[in-house]
Design a protein around this ligand. Structure first.
Ligand code: ADP
Ligand code: ZN
Length: 289
C-alpha cells in the first residue's frame, strides 16, 4: 500500500491506495496546529503501518526541498505561524520508517495530471491552481523544475487590466497574479465569492485576462506541451474559453502553440490530482529507496 498526504492551508487530505494506486480510504482533517493535525494524520496511517511501502506528501509552503539542507522536509516561512519551521518529513519519519516523497501541493497535483490526467504521455507539463492562492508547478521529463528552491510561479507580475482599479491583495507584491486573480482578490473586487458571481458577469473577462497573462508568460518561458489550470476559481467552466481568447490576443501570433483546446486546459482529475500525484510519488520513492 501507498499513503498520500495533501497538506493544504485549510485541510489535510490523507489517503491509502493499493499497488495499482486505487484509493482504498480517504480522510480529511482540518489544518489547526501541527501537534493536533499531525496526531490525526499519524493515527490514520498507523492502521496501515504493516502494509505501507511509502508515503507521498504534497505540502503548502514554502517548503525546503533540498536533500542536503539541515532543514530538508520542513515547512519554512509560511504565514501560518504554528507551522513555521515545522519538520514535516522528520515527524513522519519518526512515526514510520518508510520512504517519504516530499514536494509542494501544486507539484503533487502536477504530477497527478502527468501520470493519470491531461499530462499523460507528454514530457513538459505545467499545472497552476487558482484557488485561495495561486501556485504553479512544472515537470520536465518526469522531473520537477527547480533550482535553489521550488518555483513560486503564482507570484509572477501581471499587467493590470485597463478597467481594473483594484491594486491587488498580495502583501508582498500587490499586483502579482495571486494578488490580482486568486479567490480572495475576486471576492474583494466583487463583494462576493467567485462561486456566487454569474457566468455572464463581465468581471470574468478581467479574470481571464490575468490567467491568460500567466499562460503567455509560461508559454514564452517554457514552451510546455500543456498548461493545466485547476483550483476553485477554474470551476467556472466558461473561463477556459475566455482564457483562450485573451491568450490569442496577447501572444499575437508570435509562437505557434499546440491547438488551444489541448494546450490550455482544466484538470482531468479535478480535485483528485493532488492525492493521485502524492500516491504516484510515494510509489516512485519506494522504487528509489
Ligand atoms: P484552496 O486553494 O484553499 O485549496 P480551492 O482551490 O477550492 O481551495 O479555492 C478556493 C477559492 O476558490 C475560494 O476563494 C473560493 O471562493 C473560490 N471558488 C470556489 N469555487 C468556485 C467557483 N465555482 N467559482 C469561482 N470561484 C470559486
Ligand atoms: Zn505575490
Amino acid at each position: 500500500m501507498y499513503g498520500s498526504i495533501e497538506a493544504g492551508g485549510t485541510k489535510f487530505v490523507c489517503a491509502v491506495a493499493n499497488e495499482e494506486l486505487e484509493i482504498l480510504e480517504r480522510v480529511s482533517f482540518p489544518t489547526t496546529i501541527p501537534e493536533e493535525t499531525m496526531g490525526l494524520v499519524i493515527a490514520f496511517f498507523q492502521k496501515y503501518a504493516a502494509e505501507l511501502k511509502g508515503i507521498g506528501i504534497g505540502s503548502f509552503g514554502p517548503i525546503d526541498i533540498h536533500r542536503d539542507s539541515p532543514t530538508y522536509g520542513f515547512i519554512t516561512s509560511t504565514p501560518k505561524i504554528p507551522w513555521q519551521n515545522f519538520d514535516f518529513v522528520g515527524s513522519m519519519k519518526k512515526a514510520f520508517s518508510l520512504p517519504i516523497a516530499w514536494t509542494t501541493d501544486v507539484n503533487a497535483a502536477a504530477y497527478g495530471e502527468y501520470v493519470f490526467g491531461k499530462g499523460q504521455g507528454l514530457s513538459s507539463v505545467v499545472y497552476y491552481t487558482i484557488g485561495t492562492g495561486v501556485g504553479g508547478g512544472a515537470l520536465q521529463n518526469g522531473q520537477f523544475v527547480e533550482g535553489f528552491s521550488h518555483p513560486e510561479m503564482g507570484h509572477m507580475m501581471v499587467v493590470p487590466h485597463p478597467d481594473d482599479s483594484f491594486k491587488g491583495s498580495c502583501p508582498f507584491h500587490g499586483n502579482c497574479l495571486e494578488g490580482m486573480a486568486a479567490g480572495p482578490a475576486v471576492e474583494k473586487r466583487n463583494g462576493k465569492k467567485g462561486q456566487d458571481i454569474p457566468e455572464t458577469d463581465p468581471f470574468w473577462e478581467m479574470e481571464a485576462y490575468y490567467i491568460a497573462q500567466c499562460a503567455y508568460n509560461t508559454t514564452l518561458m517554457l514552451s510546455p506541451d500543456v498548461i493545466i489550470f485547476g483550483g476553485g476559481v477554474m470551476k467556472q467552466r466558461h473561463m477556459v474559453e475566455k482564457v483562450h481568447q485573451a491568450f490569442t490576443k496577447l501572444i499575437n501570433g508570435y509562437v505557434k502553440t499546440p491547438p488551444l483546446a489541448d494546450y490550455i486546459v482544466t484538470p482531468e482529475l479535478e480535485d483528485n490530482a493532488g492525492t493521485l500525484g502524492c500516491l504516484a510519488l510515494a510509489k516512485e520513492a519506494k522504487l528509489h529507496s
